[in-house]
Design a protein around this ligand. Structure first.
Ligand SMILES: [Zn+2]
Ligand SMILES: [Zn+2]
Length: 415
């Protein structure tokens, strides 16, 4: 009966293994439930969902949040690839930051100063498309710490992460120009770390007890990688897109959580997405990893939890994907949708869905803000100024209100 109820609640999202872990969580919560739950006016223990910002991480605990699990054509239910990893030592990492994922990151209610490390597995838009929004939006949302970005080299310099970031900054010159002399723009600084894509098990990050390595991947062009994060005896592996490859099979072994793409089956690419058969086979099994290939790979890796993503995960597609994975893999498995969250320790992996506050606001700044660097302010022309309708009778009282409250003497710029 209990299992039946839980299955009804979680629908097709959590697999058999996940369900087992989930039930573990239910049991432990029931054991600590308040007696008040047994009264008609009492509270009901929160045992099924995660409310971002309400749970402390234990010193030995890892929390993984799916902030994007879908396809390049984003939709309200699924943004493109992005996984947030939070560690009990306070460190937080973003692996990929695909289109639409910034909104899901913001829903975690984490101050932007704590979100200063982003790792790109490759430079497809569905894996890096929300970086501009996160970078420049973050500066408005009180990030006062430079944003650090790690990403692979390419076959030549123009295809590498450094070139992509240089050109992104060129592309957003106008945006930066409006802000850099007006607000404390320290959070708009970018620290870019390009590393060689072809190096195997290459340490690209080693700070605060956290080691992150990269391994090559096979996808698109030269310049795709996967990541291995190790901390406090826990091993997390993140596969950005890839054809199944020997580096992942070897170096993901022993993972507590191994994430890898698990693409839409070729059949569904034809029937649901209108692909030609040739196109569906090439994209679904040669450019990406089909569910059957994903399963085979996970049978080689044998993680504590295999986590597949990168398909439209719906009530009528998930069973098809799961059945195909089960042809080649019978271990613990979750097929991710956005806002799934996993709490990982050496003894337990608990999976739940998040419930997010759609009216979330950014957190106040964590550091004292500096005055803006006026040397960076770019004046507008007399022509543009000549069009201003100053409304002193309206704007004057707004300035007076603030000046009276805060003891300042600020005057309007446009008169
Ligand atoms: Zn890709
Ligand atoms: Zn992708």
């Amino acid at each position: 009966m209990r299992a039946g109820l839980v299955v009804a609640f979680i629908g097709g999202v959590v697999c058999t293994a996940g369900l087992f872990l989930f039930l573990d969580g239910v049991k432990s919560n029931e054991a600590t439930a308040s007696p008040a739950a047994a009264t008609p006016t009492g509270t009901v223990p929160n045992r099924d969902v995660y409310y971002p910002g309400t749970e402390e991480l234990a010193p030995d605990e890892m929390r993984i949040v799916a902030c994007g699990t879908g396809m390049p054509s984003v939709r309200p239910k699924q943004a493109a690839a992005c996984f947030l990893v939070e560690l009990g030592n306070g460190d937080k990492f973003l692996f990929d930051i695909g289109s639409g994922s910034h909104e899901r990151i913001a829903a975690q209610k984490i101050p932007y100063d704590y979100l200063d490390k982003v790792f790109f597995g490759h430079l497809h838009v569905d894996h890096m498309g929300d970086l501009p929004s996160f970078w420049l939006g973050g500066t408005v949302m009180n990030r006062l710490t430079p944003l650090r970005v790690w990403g692979p080299s390419g076959a030549s310099a123009e295809y590498g992460t450094q070139a992509a970031m240089d050109h992104m900054q060129e592309m957003y010159k106008w945006d930066v120009g409006t802000r850099s002399g007006v607000i404390d723009f320290r959070g708009g600084e970018l620290e870019i770390h390009e590393f060689p894509f072809e190096k195997v098990n290459n340490v690209i990050f080693d700070e605060n007890g956290v080691v992150i390595r990269s391994i090559p991947a096979i996808h698109g062009l030269d310049g795709a990688v996967s990541f291995i994060l190790e901390w406090n005896g826990l091993k997390f592996v993140y596969g950005s897109d890839s054809y199944p490859n020997k580096w992942y099979a070897e170096h993901a072994k022993g993972a507590d959580v191994a994430i890898h793409e698990c693409f839409l089956p070729a059949t569904l690419l034809v029937t649901r997405q209108g692909f030609a058969p040739m196109e569906a086979l090439m994209v679904g099994t040669q450019g990406h990893t089909s569910p059957e290939q994903f399963g085979k790979l996970m049978s080689m890796v044998k993680p504590r939890l295999a986590l597949g993503y990168h398909f439209y995960n719906d009530f009528d597609t998930e069973p098809e994907v799961r059945n195909r994975v089960r042809k080649t893999y019978d271990g613990p498995l979750d097929l991710a949708v956005d806002y799934m969250v996993w709490n990982v320790t050496k003894d337990d992996i608990r999976v739940r869905m998040s419930v997010v506050d759609e009216e979330v606001w950014p957190s106040p700044p964590l550091k004292k803000k500096n005055p803006p660097d006026l040397t960076k302010s770019i004046p507008i022309s007399d022509f543009t100024k000549s069009g201003a309708i100053a409304m002193p009778e309206v704007v004057g009282p707004i300035f007076k209100e603030i000046n009276d409250i805060y003891g300042t003497d600020i005057k309007p710029v446009l008169k």
